[in-house]
Ligand binder design. Sequence first.
Ligand code: DAH
Length: 349
Amino acid sequence: MRDDDLIKPSRVKKDLDKLRTEAECLLKEAVSRDEVEAVRIQSLGKKGNISQILKLMGQFPAEERKELGKLANEARDFVEDLIAKSFERLEKKARQKTLSGQIDVTLPGRKPQQGHKHPLTLTSEKILNVLQNLGFDLVQGPEIEHDFYNFEALNVPSDHPAREMQDTFYVDKDVVLRTQTSPVQIRTMLSLKEIPIRIASMGRVYRRDQDVTHSPIFHQIEGLFVDKSVTFSDLKGTLTTFVEKVFSEKARIRMRPSYFPFTEPSAEVDMSCFQCDGAGCRLCKGTGFIEILGAGMVDPEVFKASGFDPEKVSGFAFGIGVERVAMLKYGISDIRHFYENDLRFLAQF
Ligand code: DAH
């Protein structure tokens, strides 16, 4: 071995110092994982600087070997630590970059839109609630209905215009899409058999009819009260409470003689116009009153078809158009708004 091949311990120390500072500088400036990795290989890899230095240890006497070994290990720990920190630093930077590229944290939050009930649901719930408080039980009937319940038992003669193809959707000769909720009266009386009966029923009804105030599918609420001595004034009291609670405490009703096959006497029921309070305005077409429902005393023929003796019981019935009430209550001029699911319309309720 030549003289100058002998490496002095001081040289090793210097080399270790140099290695530390070099690695420190390079890592400080590294902007990519590759650059950090290159430093790692150069300093700590199998053929790296520290490995080279450690290989020389054998040359030194034990005392010096111990000291230099310790220094070399410290240098390795130091560089290892720096490398780990550099990787961490780069990762954090990359994360911030992607986040800031996609999310503008300064934007105001987006408020989730809160859903709510449809105006027809609000209206029918209100009406049913008033009726329930008056003691009416809620019942349901089928939308696909037998001719017997929809017409026959309701005393609608076979030559009645309501049965004509232009008014009714026929499923087959004897089965229809119910044109009214009144068949629920028959179903209830036939199944309960006992008085008192006090029911309300809400649901879809179908008619071949379509314009700004008529839809082929719409909703009705039927009311029926049967007992020993139900009178016309009971009907009037019930309907008065209905308009007071659904529209306004000031509302009054007016009953006009009318005709329905299933009631006798029958009445068209108007309420005092809630816009002008009866004085006359555009809404009520100058009359001071608005027609809102049909009603009457249950016809003896209907009782007979439903298994009751008209000599022993009496009753009243009424049918309310839910769309009609909602249009009046909310001032809606076109029935189609209810079914178009336009949020600009729905969000107003
Ligand atoms: N069913 C009638 C219609 O759809 C409304 C009606 C009128 C129901 C009088 C009744 C009633 O119960 O008594 O036009």
